[in-house]
Write a protein that binds this ligand. Sequence first.
Ligand SMILES: [Mn+2]
Length: 404
Amino acid sequence: MKILHTSDWHLGKTLDGFSRQNEQGMFLEELSHILEREEIDMMLISGDIFDNPIPPFKAENMLYKYLKKYSKNGERPIIIISGNHDSPEKLEALNSLSMDYGIIFIGSINTIIPEGNYGKWSIIKSSEGFIKIDKDGETISIVTLPYINDKTILSQSEGEAKDVNLQKNYSKDIGELINKLTLSFSEDSINIVMAHLFLQNGEPSDSEREILGGSLLVNMNDLPTSPQVYALGHLHKTQNFIHEKSKMSYSGAPIKYSKSERRNKNSVNIIDMKRGMVPEIKREYLNDYKPIEIWTAYSTEEAIEICTKNKDKDCYVYFEIYCENFLERDLVSTLKKIKKDIVEIKPCLNASEMTWDETEDLNFKTMEEIFFDFYKFKKGKVPSSEIMNVFNEIIEDGGYNETN
Ligand SMILES: [Mn+2]
């Protein structure tokens, strides 16, 4: 059985306000070719399919159109769990329409998908967090664990619990939950866990670092090794771990979603599985639809030169300009006129040079100039024209009178 595992599509996500819809569309199109070329039997999507509980309608439209196509009219099961960015209720609301195509959304750990026929395959056993699928005589057992926050799962560590205890209890509770759910696994079946969580790579650690980016970690050692595969979502970089006889794999996001992800090689996983066997996980690399680059210049002249030379390059740019003084407002608009898709222009100064001159007589400056300088001082970059427009609207609305 060939299973395609992917996650973290974040449909509707922008890059600091720049729409990624074209790239997201290109991914969805490329995926339809991969599914056909690789003769994929089933697809698992491990959460964060949307970037937002209320995604832009174009993102929704695109998703539903493609999911229907991927399902091959109900032949190819598609199982989707929700991530921390999705609205569980919204996803599950789609089931009444999507189930006829064999597309199943699971938003919560309490969801029970009724036994019965879905498209051209069936669910022969189900309970909270568990489904057993029969497709053409082959059986696949899947534990489905959408993103769970600490408030949902932690009962014993209310209030006074320290961060470290919270972390340990969370990891232990998730481990116990998955362990309990995997009791439904059987030897006549392929056994998979789908989950949206932050896996900690086995090494014991009891520092505050365990709580990364607000997400609690799950220690690998707390997880059962009976599943052949953990098809995971949440981390955007593809990575695999082996824990005794379990393979734990993050497919990663299909698109680079931030400056820090610019060197990632994005892929989807193709998992070749037979019951009782160690599965083979192959990465299918995707096109880099539109790279994210950092450009550096050491003078305003050089910045203009670099922009002119690369003006036709289809990429997003984070521009770092090292200079002794703050950038002229004109330079920013000049650069953006030459090269489109400059996401940010950051003047790089020594911290000691970034001072706010309190002795300056503000009476000689307009409100706009004061705001501009203050923003630059606080953020280390000049405000975008959008921010300046919003600021100007606010002071106009407020009836601020500069002559007072
Ligand atoms: Mn996530």
